[in-house]
Write a protein that binds this ligand. Structure first.
Ligand SMILES: Cc1ncc(C[n+]2csc(CCOP(=O)(O)OP(=O)(O)O)c2C)c(N)n1
Ligand SMILES: [Mg+2]
Length: 759
């Protein structure tokens, strides 16, 4: 661990400068350049504030007071080579990396041509793919874990260079040019793959920069990210821009002891800097040392920069309500733009005329940029649905409709062995990992054994997941590709998101659906929206496998939850919920090869059920998303369901046919987003009666949407009210008598079917 503390008074008072003098490695020309970025940044803020008051832009967030640290970071790092997760105060950094003032004004007016988001995101939410500036959001701190994943991605490609290659798939390339494959195109093995649309670039020694405010260090994800970066000795620079406030909350109320540097000092392998971030020279020096530490592979760095915030938190905030004048004046005396200007004059780097000229040039450039931006066209309302999902790979298309291989009949004439859903998920993961070196698998306990020597010396067998679905994968593919993560769900999804941004295909596991909630911010506000908010500039098509559901006899409240409708409510996220072994294999392969993020829900009760066992359908078997399966054809009544209710509904359907001659058409949706409306409509039009059944709690559940759609679009075809059978609106209890009463049982389904048939 190295710690450097720069005396804030030192760097800017170097008197008697000579023309050849360099300042902590910065030439006079670079210092002028730094000042230009800083001054431009401040003046863009001023312009935006004016434009906001004139109602020509709709939001303003300033980088004022943060210009010196930003310009310094921009000079120390390499645009388009290193990777950047800059938060909203990093305007000067973005300018230093090459973002044009015009681009920034395009953000403000929300122009269609705004390269960061096409008018979808607030200004100061940076996103510039060519510069490796990754799309930013508004939740404080959700970028940090992704930055860690980004660094992991770079390292992975450096160690597995073959993984970066794009496999040959001429048919797909041709099809991509002509739009999604048509439904009558012939299914071809290895036909579709997200990799064709994901250009990977890596350098081997690139650094990932991520910045955040002092208040944001209170977020749990910050600590998860620091831990993960230290564990992996990753080349990440964490830049905390400490302006002493998080809106109105001062640092001593935010951070125990009032100084974040003191709290993080124990993280191993970090290089630490605490610096006056209003001083560009000191800041540059701090960054240079941090860059060296990271590039040489010693681990991450932490730059704690003390800065100011002269323009309140935002235009909606007035800091005079909570900051005394004297305190504000103290800050003003440290204003980075003024200080740097004085420094240039004092050092004889620029004289007054030179300063004036530079400032006039900037003003002229900004005037042109503002005028042009105000003329830019807004996006069209017709474009709103663009890039919710991948425009390149349609997982519902016929290209994902492949046939299972004929199972080999054993020579001795015995029956073809049928495998469980758990077996086939493992087999599919294994075959996909062979097929695609970009796939990495991590999560809690998914590895065989973290202490590799035990495996090597065959002292242990290995664990491979609490349900054993990843058993053997670490042994077979190595610890780079299959590994245990810390117990931190936000970190699992956040890191995976960052890795996928770089082109990897993380297939991560959330051990129990009940514990997915710490990752919710990452799933709802990041993973599912990254493509849309960046206007297709970035994507992160990961797969999240989650063990879900009850009927466990003793699973109780925290090992039995469903809640899929919470996720089907999220645009941009595919949600899959297979009920049997063959579907699980086919849908998992589609999930992995497709270009969208997928939540893959695996029902624990079905993992080893005798219902739905099947032989392995082969290494290229896929099922398109949004195609339901008719499990039991019928003419009297439609039952729409999925997951563990499928075998229960089948039992009830067989019973009612046997006893009353009622022929139930049982539909297993298999995929919840997208879902198969055509099959539902066709069936309901035929039977005129419909029951929607699901394991989750009744009210506001997945079936509510299906019922509403049927009521809306098939009303004329109904001879009876739409009925729902689902769990009681309560949690799943431990005592089996209670569990049975809470979750929908075959008899509940039978009674509802009977009532509907007799209606
Ligand atoms: C998760 C989350 N909670 C609350 C907010 C609202 N909010 C936006 S900025 C901010 C303060 C951030 O303070 P700090 O991290 O110190 O950064 P600064 O704005 O001071 O640069 C808050 C509370 C948010 N955007 N995200
Ligand atoms: Mg702050």
């Amino acid at each position: 661990m190295a710690t450097t503390k720069t005396d804030p008074k030192l760097a800017l008072v170097a008197n008697g400068a000579k023309k050849s003098k360099v300042y902590e490695g910065l030439t006079r020309q670079q210092l002028i350049q730094a000042y230009r970025f800083m001054y431009t940044s401040r003046r863009i803020d001023d312009r935006e504030i004016l434009l906001k008051r004139q109602q020509k832009i709709y939001f303003q967030m300033s980088g004022a007071g943060h210009e010196a640290i930003g310009a310094a970071a921009g000079l120390a790092l390499k645009a388009g080579y290193d990777w950047f997760y800059p938060y909203y105060r990093d305007r000067a950094l973005c300018l230093a990396l090459g973002v044009k003032p015009y681009d920034m004004f395009l953000q403000g007016v929300g122009a269609a041509s705004d390269p960061s988001s096409g008018g979808r995101q607030m200004p100061s939410h940076w996103s510039y793919p060519e510069l490796n500036i990754v799309t930013q959001s508004s939740p404080t701190g959700s970028q940090i874990l992704q930055a860690v994943g980004c660094a992991e991605g770079g390292r992975y490609f450096a160690r597995h260079t073959r993984a970066a290659e794009v496999p040959e798939s001429p048919l797909l390339a041709k099809d991509a040019r002509n739009g999604p494959p048509s439904s009558n195109s012939s299914p071809t093995q290895s036909f579709v793959d997200y990799r064709q649309f994901k250009n990977v670039s890596f350098q081997g020694d690139e650094i990932t920069y991520v910045s955040l405010g002092d208040g944001t260090t209170s977020e749990g994800e910050f600590w998860e990210a620091m831990n993960a970066a230290a564990l992996g000795k990753l080349p990440v620079i964490f830049c905390v821009e400490d302006n002493g406030y998080a809106i109105s909350v001062p640092v001593e109320v935010q951070t125990a002891g009032g100084n974040i540097s003191r709290l993080v000092a124990g993280f191993p392998d970090f290089h630490f800097e605490e610096v006056d971030g209003t001083d560009p020279v000191a800041s540059y020096a701090a960054f240079q040392r941090s860059v060296r530490h990271c590039r040489e592979g010693h681990g991450p760095a932490f730059v704690h920069a003390h800065v100011t915030r002269p323009y309140s938190h935002s235009l909606s905030d007035d800091e005079r309500l909570y900051r005394a004048d004297a305190e504000r004046e103290r800050d003003a005396a440290r204003d980075p733009v003024t200080r740097t200007q004085m420094f240039l004059l004092r050092e004889g780097i620029l004289d007054e005329k030179g300063i004036n000229q530079l400032e006039q040039e900037v003003e002229a450039e900004l005037q042109i940029a503002v005028d042009r931006a105000l003329e830019a066209l807004p996006p069209t309302p017709e474009s709103i649905m663009n890039f919710v999902y991948s425009p390149d790979v349609d997982p519902a298309s016929a290209a994902f409709d492949t046939q299972p291989i004929e199972p080999v009949v054993p020579a001795d004439g015995k029956k073809i062995p049928a495998k469980t859903m758990a077996d086939l998920i493992t087999a599919t993961l294994r075959d996909e990992m062979k097929h695609d070196e970009r796939i990495i698998v991590f999560g809690e306990d998914v590895g065989d054994c973290s202490r590799e020597e035990y495996l090597k010396r065959k002292l242990v067998k290995g664990k491979g997941g609490v349900f054993k679905l990843t058993f053997g994968l670490q042994n077979e593919f190595g610890s780079d590709r299959v590994f245990n993560s810390p117990l931190a769900e936000a970190a699992i999804v956040g890191r995976a998101t960052g890795m996928a941004t770089r082109g990897l295909k993380p297939v991560v596991e959330i051990q129990f659906f009940d514990y997915i909630w710490p990752a919710m911010m990452q799933i709802r506000d990041e993973l599912s929206v990254i493509r849309w908010r960046s206007n297709n500039g970035f994507s992160c098509p990961i797969v999240i496998r989650v063990a879900i559901g009850g009927y466990l006899t003793g699973g109780a409240i925290y090992h039995s939850q469903c809640g899929e409708s919470v996720f089907t409510h999220i645009p941009g996220l595919r949600v899959v919920f297979p009920s049997n072994a063959q579907d699980a294999a086919g849908l998992l392969r589609t999930a992995i090869r497709c270009d969208d993020p997928v939540l893959f829900l695996e029902h624990k009760r079905l993992y080893r059920e005798s219902f739905g066992r099947a032989p392995y359908p082969g290494p290229d078997y896929m099922i398109p998303f949004g195609k339901a399966k008719i499990v039991h054809p019928g003419t009297d009544l439609t039952v729409i369901t999925y997951g563990a209710v499928v075998p229960r509904a089948l039992q009830a359907a067989q019973k009612i046919e046997r006893e009353l001659g009622v022929k139930v058409e049982l539909i297993d949706l298999r995929c919840l987003n997208p879902f198969d409306w055509d099959t539902i409509a066709e069936s309901v039009t035929k039977t005129n009666r419909v029951l929607v059944a699901y394991e989750d709690t009744l009210s506001w559940g997945y079936g509510a949407e299906i019922s509403a759609r049927i009521a809306d679009q098939l009303f004329d075809h109904l001879d009876a009210p739409i009925r729902r059978v689902a769990a009681k609106d309560v949690f799943v209890a431990y005592q089996p008598i209670l569990e049975d009463a809470i979750l929908p049982q075959p008899n509940d389904l039978y009674l509802a079917m009977k009532e509907l048939a007799e209606y």
